[in-house]
Design a binder for this molecule. Structure first.
Ligand code: PRP
Ligand code: MN
Ligand code: MG
Length: 188
């Protein structure tokens, strides 16, 4: 019963739909990682909201589960990826070596961010790497990338909320909504 933000055209995924799907996927991932001490790595900043809900839905919590974060940024203040993925605050190889890394993304768009991070963790000696994403836009791929776990596939609309931003705004909306074109057309 939250009021729709005035910059949002349409709610794509309600708070209830998100909660139900995240709960379901969390249980599935927990079962798959039983006995494997997962290192759950979220990409700042977009994945923070999804990750907070996902790890609390992982029941029973796999023994030895740990949380880490990396900063990956490619968009800046535009709606189109710059094509370069800047990684910072990356983990030390000692933290990753021999661990079962589960990368958490809010969205896989071109695929560049997720692929760059998965390659990075493999190079650091992870025992396994897997990708879980809240959203995927397969129509926008420029590099092959198929999430191992996915909540929702979405069409090519500019979506915000539940962690996803436009120019650092709208991350705290409890739903995923389509941003009104007039709210971003001036920036591109
Ligand atoms: C967004 C999103 C993903 C990435 C997906 O992050 O959160 O991490 O882009 O795009 P790609 O598949 O084309 O690489 P962004 O760079 O906007 O940083 P943010 O998470 O801080 O918003
Ligand atoms: Mn991101
Ligand atoms: Mg962003």
């Amino acid at each position: 019963s939250s009021t729709l933000h005035r910059d949002i055209d349409e709610v794509l995924l309600t708070q209830e739909a998100l909660a139900a799907r995240v709960a379901q996927l969390g249980r599935q991932i927990a079962a798959d990682y039983a006995g494997r001490r997962p290192l759950v790595v979220g990409t700042l900043k977009g994945a923070v909201v999804f990750m907070a809900d996902l790890v609390r839905a992982m029941e029973p919590t796999p023994e030895g589960l740990q949380l880490e974060f990396v900063r990956a940024s490619s968009y800046g203040a535009g709606t189109v990826s710059s094509g370069k993925v800047a990684l910072s605050g990356t983990l030390a190889a000692a933290d990753v070596e021999g661990r079962h890394v589960l990368l958490v993304e809010d969205i896989v768009d071109s695929g560049r961010t997720a692929v760059a991070l998965l390659e990075h963790f493999k190079a650091m000696g992870a025992a396994s790497v897997a990708l879980v994403s809240l959203l995927s836009k397969p129509s926008r791929r420029t590099v092959p990338c198929e999430p191992d776990y996915l909540c929702f596939e979405v069409e090519d609309k500019f979506v915000v909320g539940y962690g996803l931003d436009f120019d650092e705004q709208y991350r705290s909306l409890p739903y995923v909504g389509v941003l009104r074109p007039e709210c971003y057309s001036s920036v591109d």
